[in-house]
Write a protein that binds this ligand. Structure first.
Ligand SMILES: [Zn+2]
Length: 391
């Protein structure tokens, strides 16, 4: 077994063509962007604060005892996100940040009803995110798809609001929206199965489906998610105690969206070494890697890959496999199909140029990977070749 130089792997992690499939638009706000937004909002308690002071308020860097405490950290900056320019900037800055890390495509998720106001409708929120993401694609070359988050529980976000968001997602399917998610905004035990009608409608419209499930021990979330036929499951930490459900996820070809730092900081796992991602990977379940809320947790995707390598003993070749699982899990193929073929009749016969991702390692000690993501109607495909010498 060869000893791999740290700097070689660091270069590999940065250059590895990556995608991110579990990224919340609001949770991606960096302290610098929060500072910029605060300067524009009269009466904001964050206005005039130094960057260090803002970091202290909006970045969670030590483990919290409950998910609710982390959600509370969002309250500090949420009032800043209630206008079209602010939402647009958030999506634009996410693309800038993605480019810096070698991320070629990301699926940004958000719930437009959380930004809406009397004068800023959920539809306008969605359109502002689209403008920002499109602008980011032009300037930074990062392709994107949007995922609309339905929200639990109904006691916080009503059925009517969820119905509205589902209708919006379907309306914009093939026009930037690629998926539907079910996420949480507060304590409550609304069953995932209560969302089956909307998820079914999304599937019928060609949207990919994902759901936050099994982040903490709570009801039948994982069973429900698998019965609903989602393509991906966000977090899934509770799979660790349920080998029969892991086997079912594998049988269905479900991808688990692993979020290591998020799970440690919310207390879902005790430590990185305690995270079940290694066991899932070894069981040959599809596992992708994301940050969840990189701004709030003060991390980036390279940081998460570094954790797989350093804390969980993933070899570079295994890191490539995780990156490839992310590509394979994307909903963009569905979007691209619709984008290519949208017509007045709704026919969907246009060909989809498949994404490809290949990795190889030669006997001369060289590992390489390349990625080509074609959006089939959006930006032209990009290809990056990486060659890192493994001494
Ligand atoms: Zn999440």
């Amino acid at each position: 077994m060869s000893v791999v130089r740290d700097e070689a792997v660091e270069a590999f992690l940065l250059a590895l063509p990556k995608v991110e499939n579990h990224l919340h638009l609001d949770g991606a706000l960096s302290p610098l962007t929060v500072q910029r937004l605060a300067e524009r909002v009269d009466g904001s308690p964050l206005k005039g604060l130094s960057l260090d002071e803002i970091k202290r308020r909006v970045v969670v860097s030590k483990p919290r005892e409950a998910l609710a405490e982390v959600l509370a950290a969002f309250d500090a900056f949420y009032p800043l996100l209630k206008s079209a320019p602010a939402v647009e900037l958030a999506a634009y800055e996410a693309a800038r940040e993605a480019q810096r890390q070698g991320i070629m495509y990301h699926e940004l998720r958000f719930a437009p009803v959380l930004q809406e106001t009397e004068n800023f409708s959920a539809r306008e929120v969605l359109k502002a995110v689209l403008r920002g993401a499109e602008h980011g694609r032009k300037d930074f070359g990062v392709d994107f798809g949007l995922i609309i988050c339905l929200l639990r529980p109904f006691s916080v976000i009503s059925r009517e609001k969820n119905e509205l968001m589902c209708a919006l997602a379907i309306d914009f399917a093939g026009r930037g929206v690629v998926g539907l998610d079910v996420a949480d905004v507060g304590a409550g035990d609304e069953a995932l199965s209560s969302y089956s009608k909307w998820l079914g409608a999304g599937r019928a419209a060609g949207l990919g489906l994902t759901a936050h499930a099994g982040e903490a021990p709570r009801g039948r979330e994982l069973e429900d998610a698998l019965e609903l036929g989602v393509n991906r499951i966000g977090h899934g930490v509770q799979f660790r105690n349920r080998p029969e459900l892991v086997a079912e996820a594998k049988r269905q070809g479900v991808t688990i969206e692993a979020n290591l730092t998020s799970n440690v900081l919310t207390g879902a796992v005790k430590s990185y070494k305690d995270h079940p991602v290694r066991a899932w990977f070894d069981a040959d379940v599809k596992v992708s890697l994301s940050t969840d809320d990189p701004g709030v947790f003060g991390i980036d995707l390279v940081h998460e890959y570094r954790l797989l390598w350093k804390e969980l003993a993933f070899a570079p070749r295994e890191l490539v496999k995780v990156a490839r699982a992310g590509v394979d899990s994307l909903s963009c193929r569905r979007r691209a199909r619709r984008r290519c073929s949208r017509s007045s009749t709704g026919a969907r016969r246009a060909p989809w140029r498949r994404s490809s991702y290949s990795a190889s390692s030669s006997g001369a000690g060289k590992a390489s990977s390349s990625l080509s993501v074609g959006s089939g109607g959006g930006a032209s495909p990009g290809t990056i070749k990486v060659a890192v010498l493994m001494p």
